[in-house]
Design a protein around this ligand. Structure first.
Ligand code: UT7
Length: 326
């Protein structure tokens, strides 16, 4: 009988561009205040990429850190998936550009587009490759430059987003097909295209040929998030064969501290088990979960062997969750 294979996260890395934009900086360009932003979102600052620093550059830094953490070399990589909403170019995929910049020889490389849920979606795709023996060293990268999509005259959106990248290395590990296994244990992915008008970019290749700006009906997205993420978290836990109470750490998408709190209250989570980086990173879309994961590993909170649950929600509307034992 052949062994039961799981994909394990063997390395984690992240990167934030140097420039920090404070709430006070934004209050100089739109009618807002540090007080409003902190109270309504928990955000205190965000990072912003340089004009000459495309998304792939952030992805490469995060990928190199994750490979180093895993003790792997670029020559080991045989799959690159980049979750991004802000690709360098319309094509090729940012993953192929990252491949070139890293110097990875021929491998599989492509992007996944599920906006803020992109990292969870990309992880599920990579899990399929790794657990089925089609990849032995996969890079799953969330990399975004959301500040490029901002309408800097719209205070309801421009204060919410930031730039950054996070990456994980996935490798096969033998399991016993029980929830005690190391590696990815279960997913729940969701999309409701009927709600695409609530959060979108008003430009595109096959419409008006512009890049466009992010548009959002914030309070409706907020309601959807708090109400629906809990169901996906419960479904991912059920798929993994675990209970919510067993989870050591929740690593949510970092959009708004009030959403993180609302979801936590709905599920009765201990807030000391919830990782929050939204105050320093703002909403970095597909990069937010691996950035938060890396932060909590580096500061010693999340350790090898811990049971971790990722959850996200974003444009589509898409949402989803993933349970993983590190
Ligand atoms: O990654 C997933 C995608 N995004 C999200 O998950 C974001 C989801 N939504 C949210 O985080 C929140 O809905 C927001 C932070 C966007 C807004 O918070 P809210 O409590 O839902 O406020 P609101 O949209 O109901 O607006 C309340 C007031 C409005 O003024 P009036 O109409 O009451 O006079 C807004 O014009 O706050 C005003 N407002 C602002 N005031 C100062 C909106 N943005 C700002 C601002 N500064 N930046």
């Amino acid at each position: 009988m052949s062994a039961f294979m799981r994909s394990a996260i063997t390395g984690v890395g992240s990167y934030l561009p140097e420039t920090i934009v404070s709430n006070a900086d934004l209050a100089r360009i739109v009618d807002t205040s540090d007080e409003w932003i902190v109270e309504r979102t928990g955000i205190r600052q965000r990072h912003r990429a340089r004009d000459d620093q495309p998304t792939s550059d952030l992805a490469v830094e995060a990928a190199l850190a994750a490979l180093k953490d895993a003790g792997r070399d670029v020559g080991d990589v045989d799959l690159i998936i980049v979750a991004t909403t802000t690709p360098d170019l319309t094509f090729p995929a940012t993953a192929a550009i990252v491949q070139k910049k890293l110097g990875v020889p021929v491998c599989a490389a492509f992007d996944v587009q599920a906006v803020c849920s992109g990292f969870v979606y990309a992880l599920s795709v990579a899990d399929g490759f790794v657990a089925r023996g089609q990849a032995r060293c996969a890079l799953v990268i969330g990399a975004e430059e959301m500040t490029r999509l901002m309408d800097w005259s719209d205070r309801t959106t421009c204060v919410l987003f930031g730039d950054g990248a996070g990456a994980v290395v996935l490798e096969p590990v033998e399991g016993r097909n029980t929830p005690a296994d190391t590696g990815i244990l279960g997913f729940a992915l969701r999309s409701d295209g009927r709600k695409s008008d609530l959060l979108y970019v008003d430009g595109g290749v096959a419409t008006d040929g512009r890049v466009g700006h992010l548009r959002m009906q914030g309070n409706q997205v907020f309601r959807h998030a708090v109400i629906n993420i809990a169901e996906a978290i419960e479904a991912a836990a059920a798929a993994a064969g675990i209970t919510i109470a067993e989870v050591d750490w929740f690593v949510p998408h970092q959009a708004n501290q009030r959403i993180i709190k609302g979801v936590g209250e709905r599920l009765g989570l201990d807030e000391n088990k919830v990782i929050s980086t939204v105050s320093h990173h703002a909403n970095t879309s597909a990069a937010s979960i691996p950035l938060a994961l890396d932060t909590a590993i580096r500061d010693g909170r999340i350790r090898r062997g811990d049971l971790v649950l990722f959850e996200a929600m974003g444009g589509g509307l898409t949402w989803g969750a993933c349970a993983v034992r590190l």
